[in-house]
Ligand binder design. Structure first.
Ligand SMILES: O=C(O)CCC(=O)C(=O)O
Ligand SMILES: [Fe+2]
Length: 351
């Protein structure tokens, strides 16, 4: 059998183009029926940002936001201030990038242990399965963290579109962070202050190739994000599922919506009130799927912790202060585990 590192230097898209079946390290499930709730039934809540900032009707929408993040840990944002034209351009450059010949994409290949560039996740711990997907990851904010040599030159509008999207995402994080604070009756800028003005944004373009055996693999294994929160743009192919109430729910594709999903660091900052949900991506035999995830993470080296306004006698402090939590998260992720327990306050049992 080919060693995992060698497999990871080969793109899933190449295996599909060569007509290969998924090799064993990609196989992570059997065809046991996992209960899946169709996207049409109960679903991820939709929050209208057009109603949040004008003084009219905001209370109701803020309550909706709070309840969505308390029970689901995510919501679909509409009227978020980013035009459909731009969202479509982002989808278009992503598609054109992945549809190029392999040699063209490999110009910006990452090494198997690196994070940035075109490829797969770095080699996981032994025994962990691999994801049926390829991706392009780039640090996009602050500007000085960018590595222009890893930004594709083709398609030609790629750089300008990603640049514009980054600016808009930075504005969106301002709006979302303030709305989240208001929904919890906290001072509007409290989360923005915790993240810091230079809080990094990282973009990840995910490409999920079709698979002849979608019952055996996953596009992306179950995980919770190590970010503060993540803003996901989907195309029109379903596949993303969120774990909620013990079941998997497919996130419907809404062309003008952005899915905002709490990462572990927002769970910590809200003292556990908001949940960082476990999610995964299914493979599909009919159509390839593209998504664009923007990870918003507190500044490196900056301590974050539960907002003191959320700590009281009824709700004692659940989490400690942490810094560079994303690094800890990554170590556990590589072992297929969640990391959030490391941030928990240890309570001595007194009974
Ligand atoms: O492809 C998606 O919709 C989700 C991607 C995701 O969860 C991730 O990149 O962490
Ligand atoms: Fe994720």
């Amino acid at each position: 059998m080919m060693p995992v590192a060698a497999l990871l230097s080969k793109r899933v898209q190449e295996m599909v183009q060569n007509g290969e079946e998924p090799p064993p390290p990609y196989i992570c499930r059997d065809d046991e029926s996992i209960q899946i709730v169709p996207s049409a039934s109960s679903s991820v809540p939709i929050v209208d940002f057009g109603l949040i900032f004008p003084p009219t009707r905001q209370t109701q929408e803020l309550q909706k936001l709070r309840s969505a993040l308390t029970s689901w840990g995510c919501f679909q944002a509409i009227n978020h201030g980013i035009s459909n034209t731009l969202l479509n351009k982002v989808r278009q450059v992503a598609r054109e990038f992945f549809e190029q010949p392999m040699e063209q994409k490999k110009i910006i290949s990452k090494g198997v242990e690196e994070f940035e560039g075109y490829g797969a996740d770095p080699v996981p711990e032994e025994g962990q399965s691999l994801d049926w997907s390829d991706r392009l990851s780039l640090d996009v904010y602050p500007e000085h963290t960018r590595k222009p040599s890893l930004w594709p030159e083709h398609p030609s509008p790629f750089r300008d579109v990603v640049e514009e999207y980054t600016l808009k995402m930075k504005e969106a994080t301002n709006v979302i962070s303030r709305a989240i604070a208001k929904s919890l009756d906290l001072e509007e800028n409290c989360f923005l202050n915790q993240f810091g003005e230079q809080a990094p944004l990282q973009v990840r373009f995910n490409y999920y190739s079709c698979c002849t055996r979608p019952d055996l693999v996953l596009g992306l294994k179950p995980h919770a994000d190590g970010s503060g929160y993540t803003i996901i743009l989907q195309d029109d192919v379903e596949g993303l599922q969120v774990h909620h109430d013990g079941k998997w729910f497919t996130v419907p594709t809404i062309s003008h919506a952005l899915l905002v999903l709490m990462g572990d660091q927002m769970e910590i900052m809200t003292n556990g009130i908001f949940k960082s949900p476990v999610h995964r991506v299914l493979a599909n035999s009919e159509r390839e799927r593209i998504s664009v995830a923007m990870f918003y993470t507190p500044e490196p080296n900056k301590e974050i912790g539960p907002e003191q306004g959320l700590v009281n006698e009824e709700q004692p402090q659940v989490f400690k202060k942490v810094k560079d939590y994303a690094d800890t998260h990554w170590k556990y992720y590589q072992r297929g585990m969640r990391a959030i327990h490391v941030a928990k306050v240890s309570h001595r049992c007194c009974s």
